[in-house]
Design a protein around this ligand. Structure first.
Ligand SMILES: [Zn+2]
Ligand SMILES: [Zn+2]
Length: 150
């Protein structure tokens, strides 16, 4: 959003805006897609020409589980604090790029559909949250085959 420094009153300026996640390039292929706009709520205050913008960004987001590769929905929330110092009263602050950066940095390196996600079987690729394959049985009993031979 664009804010002219002069327009920020002494008591502060309430900000509320919905960003288009695609236009803002917030989605990551096979990792993060948006189910809603990025809703930003907060406020801007200033001391003379020093401006502080803060608030929270929220969205309904679909993630891909790093372990089992299934998609799941989980709300995203990130607080932000932005400071602008080198301004004049006529400066126009555009917060979009900084908010985008804060949001991208807040994405987890890995996301899990649930804490105890069992992931995929490395041998047969079965989603272990959905059922059991036989691969684990032979691993748990490495002497099974040997015993058959004796
Ligand atoms: Zn998972
Ligand atoms: Zn398996």
């Amino acid at each position: 959003m664009k804010i002219t420094v002069r327009d920020i009153p002494e008591e502060g300026l309430e900000i509320s805006e919905a960003f288009d996640p695609r236009g803002m390039e917030l989605e990551l292929r096979d990792r993060v897609t948006y189910q809603s706009p990025l809703a930003v709520k907060g406020a801007a205050t200033r001391m003379d020409t020093k401006v502080h913008v803060w608030g929270e960004a929220r969205a309904e987001v679909r993630w891909w589980c790093s372990r089992c590769l299934e998609e799941f929905n989980r709300p995203f929330r990130q607080k932000f604090d932005l400071y602008y110092f080198e301004q004049s009263l006529d400066s126009v602050i555009d917060t979009a790029a900084s908010i985008r950066e804060e949001v991208l940095l807040a994405y987890p390196m890995q996301s899990f559909c649930r804490d105890d996600c069992k992931g995929l079987c490395p041998r047969c690729g079965l989603n272990r949250n959905r059922g059991k394959c036989r691969c684990m049985d032979t691993r748990q009993n490495p002497f099974g085959k040997l015993k058959d031979l004796l």
